[in-house]
Design a protein around this ligand. Structure first.
Ligand SMILES: [Zn+2]
Length: 111
């Protein structure tokens, strides 16, 4: 029986790459749900948006063309999620998939 839980003493940072963003976003465009082909900066880099997890989403070519370097409220696009940095169990979930054996759930805090 698990008596206590040892918390990792540091936050593991996951590299912000196209592939990792696709994994986080399930390879789906976060505007329309189509297959993601590129990344979009929610606040465009040309308008001061930063290249970090909270400002980057997976995006299809079509939405990327619509979005271009506009702010989201200048388009009719809507984000499905609020982009977030992946947490500790991100890689475990990457390996075992999004539907682990229910018996594992107790060990996997929800991201
Ligand atoms: Zn799209």
């Amino acid at each position: 029986m698990l008596k206590y839980f040892v918390k990792a003493p540091y936050i593991r940072r996951v590299a912000l790459t196209k592939e990792n963003v696709f994994i986080r976003d399930n390879y789906e465009c976060q505007y329309c749900g189509a297959i993601a082909e590129s990344l979009d900066h929610v606040t465009p880099k040309s308008k001061g948006g930063s290249h970090e997890w909270s400002n980057v989403v997976a995006c299809c070519k079509k939405c990327n063309l619509v979005k271009a370097d506009k702010f989201i409220n200048q388009t009719n696009l809507k984000l499905k999620i609020s982009p977030f940095p992946p947490k500790g169990n991100f890689w475990v979930r990457t390996i075992i998939g999004n539907n682990p054996d229910p018996a594992w759930e107790v060990y996997l805090e929800t991201a």
